[in-house]
Design a protein around this ligand. Structure first.
Ligand SMILES: *Cc1c(COP(=O)(O)O)cnc(C)c1O
Length: 829
């Protein structure tokens, strides 16, 4: 839907400066997602961590002319000088965004489903979409857009074609649901399972449940698990007076009674769910067995039946239901390609998000961006309209090669105006083609439904990896980053340490993610690491912590900024820079305040340092820093205070000698949390970024998970031995599994002989005997498992700190010890 800027001004009650006509189709809250500048309205949102007003200048340069703001002066610039722009001034940009979505919602007199709960919101939303979309046009939240910002952006997608809206609402603290309710105004409510997530901000389960129920105020009907006493109690007390459809596995008189859940006899591999809905018996089959899926299917079945899906259709559609893949995976492909795999349901909104993701990942080798797309089903638009829109997005997001798979795309081939394009009826035909064999050195986004054989396609394009992989969750990196940012003042800068291949997680991908989130500096140990980043499109400032004397030229060529810790290093650097005719090369001065590793003495050396720096113009101090020896422990607080005092004195003297600003920094991960008052101009974040809080070894958000698979299983009788030197002596008849990971992969030999364990299907499997170079053996006697099952060495369910404790070392060593031959797979939710 398109709104004129006048209409929007009225709807949100803004004061408008500028009178250029404009038609708005897109709401923008993140400048990086800009696609259609002329039709976009940018909301300059302010958060604790960021101020959207900062991006206005850049957006204006890129053609955006419509802005909603809270202030007219931004970093010394006066927005009223943009005379051809429309500036809408409001007291709160977030409220204005929400107001606009609310007014948009008011235009629709159609059923709207609002989903909330602690777990399973996205799954219920996606499955309900799959169940309903064959018979009606559904507009739903993209991915898990369920926040104070995500909900208005989702509701904005309602259009004339929409028959029903399905939106999820997520809250993390009391008071948030009211505004989401006003935007969604659900006529139908679904409460998924309550769980204990986000418990920290609520005093009790009742409080949390009651808060969530606010969403349903005014709804005609609600669906919920009536076996959950908390839920039933809170609904009774809430004064809700619409229709209540509780589902139950215990109570036969419940409106949706689930009589049985069992493996199907007639349809092997499927779960059979028998139910009675308002007195009518029905059965459906589900291709999943796990409890969460079954619970989710019940909520969806009840709502679908209510919305007019027949028992027969429900069964057919349930059997074909697809798992909800929320991850965008980045993998190494064959022939130098990078694969971005998005198996999330194909639709235009999620295509846009995936293209945006591809586009944001810088790529300096100028590799082609290729999209492999399957037919998009059930969009509610005409094919022609749909593929014109797809074409538009591809043009805007820089797709250079388009490969369409499916009969509809074949039919609409003319809609795609990218010169390099090809179309196939199915994946098989594509795999046989010239086009398939010509893929090389490209960044490929794979976006398609399973029905078109995309699973198999992904496998063919992927480089075959060793069964042992390190999975790296890029979202977790961002969440950890934001955790530490929350301790910082908005103006404090941040260096992120990506040395040692980003503590084992892979420097290039992590750096791309960090660059995307605008950290100020990246730091690596040696020049070569910096070169690798530059060659992969990293343009952020990079500090080299241990610059080798042999690598100065490389640093100049690749725009890398060395740390300088001694007079000898400084003289050599100045000499090299002068030889190249370089002036003003930025360097970072290290002071030794107690580590006694590297650095100038802040008392004895500082005068001479200043004098020598002043005598020349080849290098210029950009920052000055020092490093705490024990910021992670109260035991060293007095020593840390003394380090800080020395640093403060020395660095102040250095600053006083120069007229330009020299950034001062001393806090590392532990320091940021332990001494936020010492954050000065900048902080250096290392271990915390990778999910380990150094203060207490707590896991923040797990970034790296090391996984492998069971290669072979043996029954080995009591008194036999396992492995080299007969060290694994069996005290009972055992089942021993061999896994393809050894000390050459970074699995420390001291973890062997029962010292530690890994997880097989969630259960502890101790290492038996000595760990070998490439293989280890584990005891799975008490575990239900088979060859090919996945094994977690450390990660999501087994904190890396368990291993580092056994090894009597620090998590840093275990993380950085994972060897290079272990392939990494990156993903983001
Ligand atoms: C590695 C490093 C850091 C980061 O330390 P963490 O404890 O991982 O946060 C900070 N400063 C310097 C100089 C470093 O070498």
């Amino acid at each position: 839907m398109i709104y004129s800027i006048e209409k929007i001004t009225t709807l949100i009650g803004a004061r408008r400066i500028g009178n250029t006509d404009a038609q708005i189709g897109w709401l923008l809250t993140d400048s990086r997602s800009l696609c259609f500048p002329e039709e976009s309205l940018f909301f300059a949102l302010q958060s604790q961590r960021n101020d959207g007003h900062r991006y206005i200048k850049d957006l204006y340069r890129r053609g955006v002319r419509n802005f909603v703001v809270e202030k007219l002066q931004v970093e010394g610039e006066d927005l009223t000088t943009y005379t051809d722009a429309n500036i809408l001034i409001v007291p709160s940009t977030l409220s204005a965004l929400q107001r606009l979505a609310e007014r948009h919602r008011d235009e629709f007199n159609i059923p709207i489903v609002g989903i909330t709960g602690s777990n399973g919101k996205t799954m219920v939303k996606e499955w309900l979409y799959q169940l309903l979309s064959p018979q009606m046009t559904v507009t739903r939240s993209p991915r898990s857009y369920n926040s104070q910002i995500g909900v208005p952006l989702s509701v904005w997608l309602l259009s004339e074609q929409t028959d029903i809206g399905v939106f999820e609402a997520g809250i993390s603290q009391p008071g948030e649901m009211e505004s989401l309710r006003d935007i969604i105004q659900p006529t139908i409510g679904i409460l998924t399972s309550l769980g204990d997530a986000h418990q920290e901000n609520f005093r009790s389960m009742d409080e949390k449940c009651t808060e969530k129920l606010h969403l349903f105020h005014g709804a005609k009907v609600i669906f919920y698990n009536s076996d959950d006493n908390t839920v039933s109690r809170c609904i009774r007390r809430s004064g809700y007076d619409g229709e209540k459809i509780g589902w139950s596995r215990e109570n036969e008189s419940a409106p949706f009674y689930v009589a049985s859940v069992k493996p199907s006899n007639e349809k092997p591999g499927l779960t059979e769910v028998a139910y009675i809905y308002k007195g009518e018996r029905g059965i459906y089959h589900l291709p999943f067995i796990d409890e969460a899926s079954v619970e989710c299917s019940i909520a969806c079945a009840a709502a679908a039946r209510y919305l007019g899906v027949t028992n027969e259709d429900l069964d057919l559609r349930m059997q074909a239901i697809e798992p909800v893949a929320m991850r965008l995976e980045v993998k190494e492909g064959r022939h130098g390609c990078t694969l971005i795999n998005d198996s999330y349901n194909s639709d235009v909104n999620s295509l846009d998000i995936a293209l945006d993701f591809m586009n944001r990942r810088p790529d300096h080798q100028g590799r082609k961006r290729t999209l492999i797309l399957s037919d998009i089903q059930q969009s509610g638009k005409s094919d022609f309209e749909l593929y014109n829109e797809v074409n538009n997005l591809c043009q805007q997001r820089g797709v250079a090669r388009f490969i369409g798979i499916g009969p509809m795309l074949m039919k609409c081939a003319d809609c795609i105006t990218i010169a390099d394009k090809a179309f196939f009826t199915d994946a098989n035909q594509f795999v046989q083609s010239e086009t398939f064999h010509s893929l090389h050195d490209e960044v490929i986004l794979l976006k398609g439904a399973r029905a078109f054989g995309f699973d198999q396609l992904t496998e063919l394009l992927e480089q075959k990896v060793h069964e042992t992989i390190l999975e790296v969750n890029l979202n977790a990196v961002v969440e950890n980053l934001n955790y530490y940012r929350s301790f910082l003042k908005p103006e404090t800068k941040l260096v992120c340490m990506v040395k040692a291949d980003a503590y084992g997680a892979g420097a290039v991908e992590v750096a791309k993610t960090l660059q995307d989130h605008c950290v100020d500096y990246l730091a690596v140990a040696v020049a070569d690491e910096g070169v690798t980043l530059r060659r992969n499109g990293i343009t952020q400032n990079i500090i080299i912590m241990n610059p080798e004397m042999t690598a100065f030229k490389t640093m100049f060529d690749y725009d890398l900024e060395p740390e300088v810790y001694s007079f000898r290093l400084m003289d050599a650097l100045i000499h090299a820079a002068e030889k190249e005719g370089i002036t003003g090369w930025p360097v970072h001065i290290k002071l030794d305040t107690g580590m006694h590793r590297l650095g100038f003495d802040p008392e004895k050396d500082i005068e001479e340092l200043i004098a020598r720096l002043k005598q020349q113009s080849a290098i210029i101090p950009r920052s000055v820093f020092s490093h705490f020896v024990g910021s992670d422990s109260d035991d060293f607080d007095a020593f840390s205070a003394e380090q800080f005092r020395k640093f403060d004195a020395g660095s102040s003297k250095l600053q006083a000698a120069f007229s330009h600003k020299i950034l001062r920094h001393i806090d590392n991960s532990a320091g940021i949390e332990h001494f936020p008052e010492r954050q000065l101009d900048m902080c250096r974040l290392g271990l915390g970024l990778y999910g380990i809080d150094p203060l207490d070894n707590r896991i923040l958000h797990t970034v790296s998970t090391l996984k492998t698979t069971i290669l072979q299983m043996h029954h080995v009788p009591k008194d036999e031995t396992v492995g080299y030197s007969r060290r694994g002596i069996l005290e009972r008849d055992s089942i021993i599994a061999a896994i393809p990971i050894g000390y050459a992969d970074g699995l420390n030999r001291h973890l062997g002989r029962g010292a530690c364990y890994c997880l097989v299907n969630g259960q502890k499997a101790p290492y038996v005997g000595n760990i070998c170079m490439d293989v280890a053996m584990i005891d799975v006697t008490d575990i239900d498992c088979k060859e090919g099952d996945s094994v977690e060495i450390f990660g999501e369910h087994l904190p890396v700190t368990v291993l580092s404790d056994v090894l009597d070392t620090i998590p840093y060593e275990v993380l950085t010890g994972v060897s290079n031959r272990v392939k990494k797979v990156y993903f983001q939710d």
